[in-house]
Design a protein around this ligand. Structure first.
Ligand code: NAP
Length: 485
């Protein structure tokens, strides 16, 4: 198979926060890989902006180092890196004060090309950036802005942020990134559901027993403890990433694969989410070990009640999903780094086989990381003589195996999403109303445990989370899938 790379339009992309962690680890290496793939056209330019006093050569060196560090060796072609660096400029700008740099930035922008501005800075700077871009005539009605999470920490702050951006940009110009939506498998979820007749007739509570969504990390909060402590797993992961995954599973077929049609359907799901009772939530904090600090030490807050783990049972109140629970869990310092969605189907209404022991449900697993792919477990006859015994086998599709060499060319989530910004395609970006609805569901849950003063339960690093999370499933006669790579 030969991969089809369609070059995007010529662009001027300004990255505010170009010296920061996200730009160095994801955005700039991603742009290099798109350049290598031939998707970024030769006339396009990338302009870094931050307070650090750098000239263009200094910025190019920073980007070259980032490529060395974050792009795999087989993709580091010295001639291509040198050619890529030629597309980079830099302007020193302090977004929070003064006018220095803005005129230079304006001078670098060209007419007649796509203008995009990536706000890879703290959200507190979004307002000032938006205002200055307009005041200096740098942004116009066709320009696009890309904003990172966290998008607010509750409904009130998200609304305020939306209002700030809306005072300078139309919704059609605002690209709120949730990189989970840029993952190949996540988009494949839509293809599986809406491009095959096989699953959709079964895709409802009549045939699906329950859904599990797991995003497990092995790392702790590392050096970000004091930042993370103001957030926690519910705000940092559930309100955005896990909820987006839930939406793609639960939504009705959109009338067309069109940004607003898809987002309208996702919004309906979020609005149908039921409040979650206290008993259906388990929160945890990882314990210290002999050699490693626990969450309380990492967060530098011995009284912290912030969760590094959360599991919750969620109901979508509509015809399709009545009585099919969605179990969500995410946490740090767990057994393995693994993200997956598992859809467990119900048992057939009547078994004609006596082999009750061998019986297992059909499960469709969509693996997001590592080893992106899909796996459908089906029952077959155990081979050989000895009667009709059943066994479960996987119909396993690893993208790497199924797509061969082409899999190596699959852009990572950031690359794809940045190219979508240039193409002007908002399908994989969260709309403002979607985001506010997500907070409107999240807020009362958080307020509930805050008002009660609940303390998260301890769990051991390398485990699958607090014991109580197992009970959340056991008491419903179900069990979590093993967390494994
Ligand atoms: P970071 O490493 O702290 O970088 C922040 C960047 O902003 C730096 O380039 C900094 O450069 C620049 N900056 C700070 N104050 C500025 C000002 N007044 N004017 C202009 N530039 C300024 O942060 P980050 O990790 O890259 O994160 C950037 C954004 O992405 C944040 O909103 C974060 O929440 C979000 N995010 C990050 C990640 C990640 O993996 N890192 C993941 C998801 C979301 P100077 O010091 O040179 O000004």
């Amino acid at each position: 198979m030969v991969s089809r790379v369609i070059p995007v339009e010529v662009f001027d992309l300004v990255i505010f926060g170009a010296t920061g962690d996200l730009a160095r680890r994801k955005i700039l290496p991603g742009l290099y890989r798109r350049f290598l793939a031939g998707q970024m056209t030769a006339e396009s330019r990338i302009i870094g902006a931050a307070r650090t006093d750098l000239d263009t050569a200094g910025f190019r060196k920073l980007v070259q180092d980032a490529i060395e560090e974050f792009v795999s060796a087989d993709r580091r072609d010295p001639a291509m890196i040198a050619a890529f660096l030629e597309h980079l400029d830099y302007v020193s700008i302090d977004a929070s004060k003064g006018e220095a740099g803005w005129t230079s930035l304006n001078g670098l922008m060209r007419a007649g090309v796509v203008r995009a501005f990536y706000f890879s800075v703290a959200p507190s700077l979004f307002g000032e950036l938006a205002e200055k871009l307009h005041a200096h005539g740098i942004a116009d009605g066709q320009s696009r802005i890309v904003v990172e999470k966290p998008f607010g920490r509750d409904l009130a702050t998200a609304r305020a942020l939306n209002a700030t951006l809306a005072s300078h940009f139309e919704e059609s110009q605002i690209y709120r990134i949730d990189h989970y939506l840029g993952k190949e498998t996540v988009q494949n979820l839509m293809a599986v559901r809406f491009a095959n007749i096989l699953f959709e007739p079964l895709w409802n509570s009549q045939f699906i027993d329950h859904v599990q969504i797991t995003v497990a990390e092995t790392v702790g909060v590392e050096g970000r403890g004091s930042y993370y402590d103001k957030s926690g797993a519910m705000r940092d992961m559930v309100q955005n990433h896990l909820m987006q995954l839930l939406c793609l599973i639960a939504m009705e077929p959109p009338y067309h694969f069109d940004p607003n049609a898809v987002r309208d359907e996702k919004l309906k799901v979020i609005r149908a989410l039921q409040p979650v009772p206290h008993d259906d939530i388990v929160r945890g904090q990882y314990n210290p070990t002999k050699t490693a600090p626990g969450y309380l030490e990492d967060s530098e807050n011995p009284d912290s009640r912030t969760e590094s783990y959360i599991a919750l049972k969620v109901h979508v109140a509509n015809w399709r999903w009545k009585n099919t629970p969605f179990y969500l869990r995410t946490g740090k310092k767990l057994r393995a780094r693994a993200s997956e969605i598992a859809i467990t189907f119900k048992e057939p209404p009547h078994s004609i086989f006596d082999d009750a022991e061998g019986w297992r449900e059909n499960v469709l697993v969509i693996r997001l990381q590592p080893n992106e792919g899909m796996n459908l477990t089906v029952m077959i006859k155990e081979p050989g003589p000895g009667g009709m015994r059943l066994m479960q086998v996987p119909l396993d599709m690893s993208f790497a195996e199924a797509l061969g060499e082409e899999a190596a060319d699959i852009p990572d989530a950031y690359e794809r999403l940045i190219m979508d910004v240039i193409r002007g395609n908002q399908t994989l970006f969260m709309r403002g109303d979607e985001l506010e609805a997500a907070w409107a569901w999240t807020d009362p849950i958080i307020q509930g445990w805050e008002a009660r003063g609940d303390k998260p339960k301890g769990y051991d690093p390398g485990s699958s989370g607090p014991e109580d999370a197992l009970m959340l499933m056991h008491r419903d006669g179900r069990r979590w899938r093993e967390i494994k790579e």
